[in-house]
Design a protein around this ligand. Sequence first.
Ligand code: UD1
Ligand code: CA
Length: 460
Amino acid sequence: MTGLQVVILAAGQGKRMNSDLPKVLHPLGGKSLLTHVVDTALKLNPEETPIVIYGHQGELLRHRLADLNVTWVEQKEQLGTGHALKEALPHFSSHDRVLVLYGDVPLISFETLQKFISSTPLPALGIITAKWGNPAGFGRVVRDQDNQVTHIVEEKDASESEKNISEINSGIYLISVSDLKKWLPKLTNSNQQKEYYLPQIVEFAVAEKKTIAAFLCPTLEETLGVNDKAQLATLERCYQHKQATKLLNQGVTLFDPSRLDIRGEVVVGRDVTIDINVIFEGKVVIGNQCTIGPNTILRNVILGDNVEIRANSLLDGAEVGNHAVIGPFARLRPGTTVSSHAHVGNFVEVKNSLIGEYTKVNHLSYIGDSEIGKKVNIGAGTITCNYDGINKNKTIIGDEAFIGSNSSLVAPIKIGAGATIGAGSTITKDAPANQLTVCRTLQRTIETWQRPKAKNKETE
Ligand code: UD1
Ligand code: CA
């Protein structure tokens, strides 16, 4: 957007969070409060990178969010929201207008901001307000008999009648740079909190007979701030509700929209069904006709079509092909590819491995650093011994091999195509294709052995 500069105020400590973490680093839907606001700001395509005013635990903040595409401006002492914006003054030059956002008001949407900006005429002071049944904690918007905004009063400075005003100040403003240059140096701190309040600019605008364009936000939660953990929890639910609604609108069946948590981004195909208590993290791509069972976690996962993820499975950094079945109680770790029509069953852990098409690893196995061909059957309890204490070694199993139950395959090792491994074998050398390899002591029966007999107490 031409002529627009965004400033995000994020220097406050957030005392009411009762936490060692700076407030704006607390996660909401898997990303920090500040990242939400920056992402929304960037969607507006401002002329320059957004400015973040930071202060409290600045080093930690900048370190954790080093990837953010922002200009960091330090506010050494937190003397109030007006003082915070003043720190950005040297960075405003050619820009027409400044949009002020808050690092602790994370749900403000791109759509609302767009409407706000386009409905605020250039010389006016724009301000987003909202009407709350319970406005406690917010600054209140005071209007005169003609319904014109006269000023904003903070709760701590408000009279009893002012406290009854339900229209609140969201703290989001659109101000021309020329006005800011005039007004910011004039702010005073003669109030209850001895802070330089940014809302004081409203009084300056009124004194200059400037238009105050108050934009009433239609969706209340967008104006909600996070000041304590209860508000963070409330906003997390708002956010998740919105995410779930988006999926429902795309045709996903959710057995209970309130028991789904999305901490990242989800892309879904058609006719996907999601059971209860599911968590998606990172980037999750789900193909058509997939079913996701209850109590599952999918983190950075790509599923093909017709995949079935059964209950209580954890998939992390894995790719699963069409018609594959995973779980119940399966764990796929990073670097795992399960090819189409394959099955990974209960209490099976797979790491950094390729499971070929139609292959089955159905029970109680560990498959690590392996390449397993097509139509292989891995018997219950099979373990790839991939780690010698120093190195990770590879196991390669050819197509249509059959690994008997409870086998240990000591890597590095190759099992040829069509090979059969006898149950209970500890395989330490490569096994040839199409033959039975078995490595266990031979079974013998001792004919002369007799079971000891219990002494009969009565005959003693
Ligand atoms: C502020 C507004 C209030 C509004 C509310 C909406 C003022 C004086 N009050 O109150 O009218 O209803 O937001 O959420 O502006 N910050 C700094 N430096 C500072 C002080 C604050 O960067 O010196 C940042 C904080 O990190 C936070 C934001 O500004 O992101 C708001 O500060 P906060 O102290 O939470 O203000 P509120 O009391 O919520
Ligand atoms: Ca706040």
